[in-house]
Design a protein around this ligand. Structure first.
Ligand SMILES: [Zn+2]
Length: 684
C-alpha cells in the first residue's frame, strides 16, 4: 500500500492528515498495518528479558500504538462528522476488529505482571508526580479490564467486549438512520410564528436533501427546539415532537430497544466478572463520585427543587393557555411554545430578538478573545490545511510568546452526513515524551447555515454550546503534560465537563456580549435594555431544563444498578422509573433510552450522564473565583486556572487539582444558585 496516505508521512502544513487524499478504502489496510505494528510493540515489552522498570514498561507502552492512534483519530472524526454508507460499513467492521485487538493486550498476563510489579513497588521508584499518576492510571486500566482474572473469565470478558462494540456501533448507526430518514416539509401556510432565520435554515436543509426551493424541519436538535418554541401550529408541533422522541423506537430496521436490553445484560455480566455488584458500582469506582449513592445524593438534591419549580411553571403555562381561550391540557409539545410566551411576558424578552445579534463568526471571535484575555492565546485563520469538508475552518493557535501551540478545526454547520449533537475531539494529542508534539483539536456543532447572503445566526443556546465545546477544545489546546495517555481531556468523566461548562460563563457576561453581540445587518451593538432582559431571562425555565436532564441521569443510574433481568421492556421501564420520581407528564427525558447515545453508543458515559451535573457543582463554584477577584479576566486567577485545570490534563488527581485552583472544595449550593433554584430548595 505504497499509495495509502494513512501509511505515508504527512507532508502537509503541521503534518496534518491529508483529508483531500484519504479515501474510505484506505482505512482497512491502514488499520491492519497499525494493529500489526502495535501487537509487535506490545509483545516486545511483555517479553523483555530485562527486569521491569518504569522506562522499559510504562514509558514503552506510552510510545506504542502511534500509527493506530493516527489512523483511528482520522477515522472516527470522519465517521462522526462526515460519514458515508461506505464509512459506516467499515465502522461496523472496525469496531469489532478494535475490540479483538485490545482484548488480548489489556488481558496480557506477562505484560500485566510487569505493570503489577512496578505498581507494588511504586513508592521506591523515585517517580515524578506525573509518572506516579501515569503508573497508577496504567495499573488501574489493566486491572479494570480484567488483566488479573483467570483465563475462562478473560475469555468470556473478551467475547462480551466484542459483542458490546458491535452493539454500540449499531445503536449509533440506527439513531443516525432515523434522523436522516425523517423530515417534514413546511409550506408557506405552515410558517406562522417561525422566525425568518428559522425558515431560511429550513430552506437550506431542504436544499441539502435535494429539495431545492422547499423548506423542511429535520430531527436535528437545532431544528426541532426552535420549531417547538415558535410555531403557532399545535398540530405540527405535535408531529415534530413525536418524531423527535421516537428516534430509535419506531419498530423499524433502526429500532434500538433490543440492543439496549442486550447491552445492559452484558454490562452487568462484566461487572460481576470483575467483582462488582452492578455496572454502576464498577463504573463509578473509577470516578470522582466513587459510588452510585454519591451520584444519587447529588441528583436527588437537585431533583426536588427542580421538580417543584417545573410544577409551578406548568401551572403558569396552563393558566396562560386558559387566558388565551385555549381549551386543552398542556402537552409536552406545548411546553417550549408557552414557556417562550411566558418568558416574553415576564422578562419581556424572546430568543428571536437576540438572534440577529449573535452571528456565528462574532461568537467564535468572542470565544477566541476570551481565550486571549485569560490565557494569552491568539488565533490566525489558515487556508492551507486540508479539511474533510469545505465548511471546516482551521486556525493556528499561538501562545503569549508567539510560539506555535496547536491547530484548531471548527466544523460548525449541520449536514446530513454529520451525527447530531456537538462535540470536541482531536486528531493528535499534546505530549512531550520525545520532543514537543502540538495538538490538533476539533470542535463539531450542528448549527443552521445562513442563507441568501445572510450570516449564520445563533440562538442563545447555540452560542452557549459554542463556548462549551470551545472550553473542551482549550482543555486539549492548553494541555502541557509529558505522557500522551494523560493529555488534555484524559480525565475522569465527571471532571471533564468542568473546563467546558466553566467556559460557558464568559459567554453570558455583559463585557463579552456588549463587544461581540452586533446586529448582522446594522452592526449595532446589542442594546443595553435587550442585554439586561436577556441576562434576566437566563434563569427562566430552569425547572424544565433541570428536570429533563436530571431525570435522564437518574434513568441512566437505574439502568445500571437494577438487575438487568428485572428491567424488561424498555418503554415500560422508562414509564415505571419516571412515575417513581414523579416526573411531570408534560416533560420528556432529554434523551429517551432509544436515543441515549451518551450511554449506549459506547460505554463512555454509561452510568456517567450525571457527570455534567457533578462538573457543574465545580464550574458554578469556580467562576466565583473570578467574581470574588472583581474581574472576570483576573490574571492571577486565570493563571491558577490554566496551571491546575486547563493545562494539567490527567496528570493529577482531579479533586486535588480543584483544591489547588480554588484553595478549597467546591461549595455545593453554587449550582442551585446558578440555576436560580436556591429559593425553591429552601421551600421544598
Ligand atoms: Zn461537554
Amino acid at each position: 500500500m505504497l499509495d495509502n496516505p494513512l501509511l505515508q508521512p504527512w507532508l502537509t502544513p503541521f503534518e496534518t492528515p491529508p483529508f483531500d487524499q484519504i479515501k474510505p478504502e484506505h482505512f482497512i489496510p491502514a488499520f491492519e498495518q497499525a494493529f500489526a505494528d502495535h501487537v509487535a510493540e506490545i509483545e516486545a515489552i511483555a517479553a523483555d528479558p530485562a527486569a521491569p522498570d518504569f522506562d522499559n514498561t510504562i514509558t514503552a507502552l506510552e510510545r506504542s500504538g502511534r500509527l493506530l492512534n493516527r489512523v483511528a483519530a482520522v477515522f472516527y472524526d470522519l465517521v462522526s462528522a462526515h460519514s458515508s454508507p461506505a464509512l459506516l460499513e467499515i465502522d461496523s467492521d472496525v469496531s469489532l476488529r478494535m475490540a479483538r485487538h485490545w482484548n488480548p493486550i489489556l488481558m496480557n498476563a506477562a505484560l500485566f505482571a510487569r505493570i503489577d510489579q512496578l505498581y507494588q513497588r511504586r513508592a521506591e521508584l523515585g517517580l515524578t508526580p506525573e509518572q506516579a499518576r501515569l503508573l497508577e492510571r496504567t495499573y488501574t486500566r489493566f486491572h479494570r479490564a480484567g488483566a488479573g482474572l483467570d483465563q475462562s473469565a478473560k475469555d468470556r470478558l473478551a467475547a462480551i467486549n466484542e459483542r458490546l462494540a458491535q452493539l454500540g456501533t449499531s445503536f449509533s448507526h440506527h439513531l443516525l438512520g432515523d434522523e436522516q430518514d425523517w423530515f417534514m416539509e413546511i409550506g408557506p401556510d405552515d410558517c406562522d410564528g417561525l422566525p425568518d432565520s428559522f425558515v431560511a435554515a429550513a430552506k437550506a436543509a431542504a436544499e441539502e436533501r435535494g429539495l431545492a426551493g422547499k423548506a423542511v424541519v429535520t430531527l436535528s436538535r437545532s431544528s426541532v427546539e426552535p420549531f417547538l418554541k415558535s410555531s403557532t401550529r399545535r398540530d405540527l408541533r405535535e408531529k415534530v415532537y413525536k418524531a423527535f422522541i421516537a428516534r430509535g423506537d419506531n419498530g423499524n430496521g433502526n429500532d434500538n430497544n433490543a440492543i439496549i436490553t442486550e447491552i445492559l445484560q452484558l454490562r452487568e455480566e462484566t461487572a460481576k466478572l470483575l467483582g462488582y455488584p452492578t455496572f454502576a458500582a464498577y463504573r463509578l469506582d473509577d470516578s470522582m463520585a466513587k459510588t452510585p449513592e454519591a451520584v444519587r445524593d447529588l441528583l436527588q438534591r437537585v431533583w426536588r427543587p427542580a421538580r417543584a419549580r417545573a410544577l409551578a411553571d406548568r401551572d403558569a403555562l396552563q393558566a396562560l393557555i386558559a387566558e388565551e381561550g385555549g381549551n386543552f391540557e398542556l402537552a409536552p409539545w406545548d411546553w417550549r411554545y408557552y414557556a417562550e410566551k411566558l418568558r416574553q411576558r415576564r422578562a419581556d424578552f424572546d430568543d428571536a430578538a437576540i438572534k440577529p445579534y449573535l452571528t456565528l463568526d462574532n461568537m467564535i471571535a468572542a470565544a477566541f478573545d476570551t481565550a486571549q484575555r485569560l490565557f494569552g492565546l491568539s488565533f490566525t485563520l489558515r487556508s492551507d490545511v486540508p479539511v474533510w469538508h469545505p465548511d471546516v475552518r482551521v486556525w493556528e493557535v499561538k501562545d503569549r510568546t508567539g510560539a506555535h501551540k496547536a491547530l484548531f478545526y471548527g466544523d460548525y454547520f449541520a449536514r446530513p452526513s454529520k451525527r447530531s449533537g456537538a462535540w470536541m475531539t482531536s486528531l493528535r494529542d499534546q505530549q512531550k515524551l520525545d520532543g514537543a508534539i502540538a495538538p490538533l483539536i476539533i470542535n463539531v456543532c450542528n448549527f443552521a447555515k445562513g442563507t441568501g447572503g445572510a450570516p449564520a445566526l445563533l440562538s442563545p443556546d447555540d452560542a452557549r454550546t459554542l463556548f462549551h465545546e470551545f472550553g473542551h477544545a482549550l482543555h486539549g489546546l492548553l494541555s502541557d503534560v509529558t505522557y500522551p495517555s494523560l493529555s488534555g481531556t484524559a480525565v475522569f468523566t465527571d471532571f471533564v465537563e468542568l473546563p467546558s461548562q466553566l467556559y460557558e460563563h464568559w459567554q453570558e457576561q455583559p463585557q463579552v456580549l456588549q463587544r461581540f453581540a452586533r446586529h448582522h445587518q446594522s452592526g449595532e451593538p446589542l442594546p443595553d435594555d435587550l442585554l439586561r432582559r436577556f441576562l434576566a431571562a437566563r434563569q427562566f425555565n430552569q425547572g424544565f431544563a433541570t428536570v429533563e436532564f436530571v431525570a435522564s441521569a437518574l434513568i441512566d443510574l437505574e439502568f445500571h444498578t437494577q438487575p438487568a433481568a428485572a428491567i424488561g421492556e424498555i418503554a415500560s421501564f422508562e414509564q415505571r422509573e419516571l412515575a417513581k420520581i414523579g416526573m411531570p407528564q408534560e416533560i420528556a427525558l432529554r434523551h429517551r433510552p432509544t436515543q441515549f447515545g451518551h450511554i449506549f453508543s459506547g460505554d463512555h458515559y454509561a452510568s456517567g450522564y450525571y457527570s455534567y451535573m457533578w462538573s457543574e457543582v465545580m464550574d458554578a463554584d469556580a467562576f466565583g473565583a473570578f467574581e470574588e477577584a472583581g474581574n472576570i479576566f483576573d490574571a492571577k486567577v486565570a493563571q491558577r486556572l490554566h496551571d491546575h485545570i486547563y493545562a494539567a490534563g490527567g496528570a493529577r488527581d482531579p479533586a486535588e487539582a480543584y483544591v489547588a485552583f480554588r484553595g478549597r472544595d467546591p461549595a455545593p449550593d453554587a449550582l442551585l444558585r446558578r440555576r436560580g433554584l436556591l429559593d425553591q430548595a429552601e421551600a421544598a
